[in-house]
Write a protein that binds this ligand. Structure first.
Ligand SMILES: C[C@H]1O[C@@H](n2cnc3c(O)ncnc32)[C@H](O)[C@@H]1O
Ligand SMILES: [Zn+2]
Length: 448
């Protein structure tokens, strides 16, 4: 049995009471938290971390990524989504190899460890490689193969087989750090019949579903033109949003990324059904997709989490930037400075996201998995701190994350990443990115 003590900590538990403890301690036994308290710890510990008054909190959950896309960081900027995907990203992705996705995923894991993200929900290709990277890096990943049917039944069949294989091979691996979902790409790239099949497979296998929805006004208009209803109601007709099974006992998580163009009716439906929304403000702003009505969703009782989206539309995986942008954007679009206060943003980035990744994460309490971060407060940008939530959202940086523990294992200590060779990951992923861009350029030129 391994016992770790973290002491002298300013603890944000993010539990149901949002308990804040000054000068507290956390005890970790193997992969679990066994005590979170103030006062003096007792007993023997294999390892003691003196937090020296730094903030100790649950690790951040990035609920929408395309990890292999770290290789396409800065590959195509300043475009609208449809042109960006069709003219630049999909042709480049056609040149991806398994090795590219492995090193791109390792790079993504490294960036997430360095900026406080302990868990993420991914949708991409060559997902065995992302799973191997998660296994090695030590973080927690909820992985889905991105199934793009393109309204072609035969293609849909083979996409579904790939999605199923990922679930069968990786669900629960790495001591439960790897979980899986089905990932039908979007209502404007997949038929509702295909999306319904994916949902049924998810219910059969007891895993969730992850989809892009109502990201752009163009999607909304296309759906209304083609089907007479928006994407949300289109998929509601095949019970896609139900998070409870038919017998209302078992249920599966439904994770909807973006949700920018939601009507009040869509929001009500998501709240009733228990859908989790992944809000991606930076990607939405960069692609000029719009501003999701997040304060309205929270007021209606929707579980809203936070995500970065892929590195080609953000262009990083830094959840601290995402938290600040989320808060500022809601204040801007509602012209209400009280919209999306700091504490609500930290909830989105921790406990709300954790609900679809692992329900025993996202809060520091006895019995939960030991996934946590130490945020350095011995810094100019952390002086003074009147309110820890305010500090985290409006002033802290991803690079202030000093130490990370996932599943009871120390992945970074005092800014030193322990689970991988950082230089090797940077060099290998850089070489892959250069090769990928060259192949994509050569193909473009050959096609005229
Ligand atoms: C899995 C596929 O999804 C693509 N993708 C990346 N970002 C977005 C986005 O914002 N909307 C829709 N699709 C996206 C990715 O390139 C893969 O092709
Ligand atoms: Zn996406």
């Amino acid at each position: 049995m391994s016992r770790i003590l973290i002491k002298n900590a300013h603890i944000l538990t993010m539990d149901d009471n949002r308990t804040e403890i000054q000068n507290g301690y956390v005890v970790i036994e193997n992969d679990l938290i066994t005590k979170v308290s103030d006062g003096n710890p007792s007993g023997f510990f294999d390892k003691t971390i003196d937090a020296e008054g730094n903030i100790v909190m649950p690790g951040l959950s990035n609920t929408h990524t395309h990890l292999g896309m770290t290789l396409l960081r800065g590959y195509a900027d300043d475009m609208v989504l449809s042109d960006w995907l069709q003219k630049e990203i999909w042709p480049a992705e056609a040149e991806l190899t398994a090795e590219d996705v492995y090193w791109g995923s390792m790079l993504g894991c490294l960036e997430m460890i360095r900026s406080g993200t302990t868990a993420f929900c991914d949708m991409y290709f060559f997902m065995d490689e992302t799973a191997k990277a998660v296994e090695k890096a030590g973080i927690r990943g909820c992985l889905s193969y991105g199934m793009i049917e393109l309204f072609d039944e035969e293609r849909g069949n083979s996409e579904l087989i790939k999605g199923e294989r990922l679930v069968k091979e990786w669900q629960g691996k790495a001591n439960g750090r790897i979980t899986t979902m089905y990932g039908p790409h979007a209502p404007n790239t997949c038929s509702k019949e295909f999306i319904a099949r994916a949902k049924k497979a998810a219910e059969r296998d007891g895993v969730g579903v992850h989809i892009h929805v109502l990201e752009t006004e163009d999607e909304l208009n296309t759906m209304k033109k083609n089907y007479g209803v928006c994407s949300v109601h289109h998929l509601d007709s095949v019970n896609f949003w139900n998070t409870k099974g038919d017998d209302l006992t078992a249920g599966v998580d439904v994770l909807a990324a973006h949700c920018v163009w939601m009507s009040d009716g869509d929001i009500k439906l998501f709240a009733e059904k228990g859908v989790t929304v992944s809000h991606n403000p930076i990607s939405n702003m960069k692609l000029s997709s719009g501003a999701a009505p997040i304060q309205k969703m929270l007021d209606a009782g929707v579980n809203v989490a936070l995500g970065t989206d892929g590195c080609a539309s953000n262009n990083n995986l830094n959840m601290f930037e995402e938290m600040k942008t989320a808060a500022l954007l809601q204040k801007l679009v509602t012209t209400d400075p009280e919209a999306l206060p700091a504490k609500a943003v930290v909830e989105m980035a921790t406990r709300n996201g954790a609900k679809v990744i692992d329900k025993k994460t996202g809060a520091l309490k006895a019995g939960n998995k030991a996934d946590l971060i130490v945020v350095d407060t011995k810094k100019a940008n952390a002086t003074p701190i009147f309110d820890a939530y305010s500090h985290l959202v409006y002033s802290a940086a991803g690079s202030d994350v000093k130490t990370m523990i996932v599943d009871g294992k120390i992945l970074m200590e005092d800014y030193l990443v322990l689970s991988m060779n950082e230089n090797e990951v940077i060099e290998k992923s850089k070489a892959c990115a250069i090769g990928l861009a060259k192949r994509a350029k050569d193909k473009k030129e050959a096609n005229g």
